[in-house]
Structures are given as C-alpha cells and as structure tokens.
Design a protein around this ligand. Structure first.
Ligand SMILES: [Zn+2]
Ligand SMILES: [Zn+2]
Length: 178
C-alpha cells in the first residue's frame, strides 16, 4: 500500500486542527500526511429522515473527488454518520477503497451537554482517526481497552483508550508498513 495519508475535510474544518492532526498521524504511521482541499457537501446529501450521512455516500463522494487512488483518504466531517447495521458510528474504514471516515459530530463535548473544549475534541478525533487508519493499515479490533484499535461504542470508551497502539498492534502495523 502507498503510505501517503490524504486528509480530506468536508466543508469547513479548522486549519490548525488539520495541521496538528496530520503531524500526529504521520508520527503514528510513519507515513506522509497531506491536507487536501475540502470536499463541499450540502445537507441534501443526508438521509432526510435520519438527518445523518450514510458512510457509503461519504466514501463514494470522497473517491469521486480524488479518483487517482493515490494513498489513503482520511475524510473528516461534522455530519453525524451511520451504517446500515449501526444507529451511528464515530467512524468507518473501507478497506477496498482505502478510505477512512471520521465524524466529529459525537466527539464534541457539547454533544453531551458539556462545555466546548477544543483539546478534548482534538484528542477524541485523533483516537478515532488512528483507529480507522489502523484498519486500512491491516489492523483488526484489539481487546486492550487502552489500545487505539479498541472498538469504542461510546464516548467513555473513546476517552478511555489512547491514540497509540498496544505493543501487539504496533508490531503488526510495523509489518504492514514494510
Ligand atoms: Zn474499528
Ligand atoms: Zn492493540
């Protein structure tokens, strides 16, 4: 796999936030990360009944905007994401298209009635990005609740895990890189 990670923001995502994120994923995956131009997506792309964005819709919009298939796409959106089997997802990874998607919607403290906190939002986003990219770099879910590959179903589990891989996963991702 090409180890370039291309971060694609949907609509407006803070530039400093994206720069910080790209440095962190570079460090985790020893890959080059670049921030691409943003992908414009209006609310008409949402499922009207659910008010949420179907992950596959986002994946196909992103691959249409970047058809060259050069590297891995990491798509970041404020829209709430869902899959057929899930009421919502923090993120998803499409291994065949090599597209990872992460939604900031449920990572914001405000979503849970708490104070806005850019640092908390950043850490949560980083963990979910590391997780979804981990899948694209060949990793599966891990049973270690501190490992970035732990599957989180709630924000508590996201907060409890780290944005790093455990030793086992780190060895595996290391092999995938070579
Ligand atoms: Zn996962
Ligand atoms: Zn692990």
């Amino acid at each position: 796999m090409d180890s370039k990670i291309r971060i694609v923001p949907v609509n407006a995502v803070d530039g400093a936030f994206l720069d910080r994120l790209s440095l962190c994923v570079e460090e985790r995956f020893l890959a080059r990360a670049v921030v691409e131009r943003s992908l414009a997506l209006s609310r008409s792309a949402l499922n009207a009944t659910r008010g949420q964005l179907f992950v596959s819709t986002l994946t196909s919009k992103a691959t249409q905007a970047h058809p060259d298939r050069d590297g891995t796409l990491l798509v970041l959106t404020d829209f709430d994401l869902y899959k057929t089997s899930h009421r919502f997802v923090f993120g998803d990874a499409d291994e065949t298209q090599s597209v990872a998607s992460v939604s900031l919607h449920r990572l914001r403290p405000e979503f849970y009635g708490e104070e806005r906190d850019p640092n908390v939002l950043f850490q949560r986003t980083l963990k979910e990005c590391v997780h979804e990219l981990g899948h694209l770099f060949g990793l599966r879910h891990c049973v270690n609740p501190r490992c970035g590959m732990y599957y989180s179903n709630s924000i508590f589990e996201t907060d409890n895990k780290t944005s790093y891989f455990c030793e086992t996963c780190d060895r595996r991702v290391g092999r995938a890189r070579r």
